[in-house]
Ligand binder design. Structure first.
Ligand code: PEP
Ligand code: MG
Length: 319
């Protein structure tokens, strides 16, 4: 039985009729790498680099050195030969303050300097990270992709893409869709970058104007909310129209039922905590792509997260 389970763990993500949906891992620290490999991740859909950029001592409270970063990234990249690794450049600020970058005196940090906004204000930090990534991937048989967090519009995407070119980055360049403005104008972002990845945690926070850390607002953080599904659908449709990939790397992808709905919305890969991979893989294998699409349509027709969940479940269990 263990053997069967281990074999199943190495199967690629696919619906019962063979539509492939790569199942990738979210990695936040070196400790997650082994768990991802063990769970049969088909690569990394979100490498959160904040942990890797904690002060390494050389920067005297400042930016970790290029070589220090390169060494840390290389360890991750070398664990995924032949696979995709999507690295997110620093998302400092708001819920992820970094001492050397975050001012700490903003009245509304979640609406302030965070993500790509911070990096464009500190181009030397972005450049060091991009140089470190190129150095880390040198000679490794890995498909490196690099994306920016908190891209709000085409100007953000362009500035990021330009920084990547200027640093000589050898990787695909992408943007995270975490703000309603990015979802609404996903097509225009794709004039500047090659791929999109939806961060549903922040997309929910900004769509509902509900602090992702406020436990009292959980009703407005539910990724099953049809308003959020609409935004994801809009993004995925724009990407499909341009022949580009659009993943989801927020917590939503870790919910097996919702993973099927996201697939039905047209999302092309799902990235999640390693612990969620086997359950999502199993759920996806039980339904056809057509069922996923019907479940997605049913969920979007609902008026609340609860109704959306029930409607999707009814379709997927063949009720
Ligand atoms: C997200 O916002 O959905 C996301 C994947 O990024 P993080 O949770 O790190 O902000
Ligand atoms: Mg985010």
């Amino acid at each position: 039985r263990l053997k069967t389970e281990l074999a199943a763990a190495k199967e690629p993500g696919r619906t019962s009729d063979g539509h492939l949906v790569p199942l990738l891992a979210n990695i936040g620290s070196p400790a997650d790498v082994a768990a991802a490999v063990e769970a049969g991740a088909e690569g990394v859909g979100l490498l959160r680099t904040e942990f890797f950029c904690l002060d390494d001592g050389e920067g005297k409270g400042g930016v970790p050195s290029e070589s220090g970063q390169a060494e840390a990234y290389r360890e991750v990249l070398s664990a995924f030969p032949g696979q995709r690794v999507v690295v997110r450049v620093l998302d400092a600020g708001a819920d992820k303050p970094l001492g050397f970058l975050t001012a700490g005196d903003e009245p509304n940090p979640a609406l302030g300097m965070r993500g790509v906004r911070t990096l464009l204000r500190h181009p030397e930090v972005l450049r060091t990270q991009l140089l470190a990534l190129t150095r880390a991937a040198e000679g490794l048989p890995v498909h490196l992709e690099v994306m920016a967090p908190m891209v709000a519009d085409r100007a953000d995407a362009r500035a990021f893409a330009e920084a990547c070119r200027a640093a000589g980055l050898r990787a695909s360049v992408g943007a995270m869709v975490e703000t309603p403005s990015a979802a609404l104008r996903a097509r225009s972002l794709l004039r500047e970058v090659e791929f999109l990845s939806v961060g549903t945690n922040d997309l929910a926070q900004y769509a509902f104007a509900a602090d992702r850390q406020a436990a009292t607002l959980s009703r407005l953080q539910d990724p099953w909310h049809p308003a959020l599904l609409d935004l994801v659908a809009m993004t995925a449709e724009a990407a499909r129209g341009e022949g580009r990939s659009c993943g989801v790397c927020g917590e939503a992808a870790a919910d097996p039922l919702l993973a099927c709905v996201l697939t039905g919305l047209g999302v092309t890969s799902l990235s999640m905590a390693p612990a969620a991979l086997s359950r999502v893989r199993a759920a996806l294998a039980t339904c056809t792509l057509a069922q996923c699409r019907r479940a997605a349509a049913a969920a979007r027709s609902a008026d609340s997260p609860e109704e959306a969940r029930l409607a999707a479940r009814a379709v997927l269990s063949g009720e």
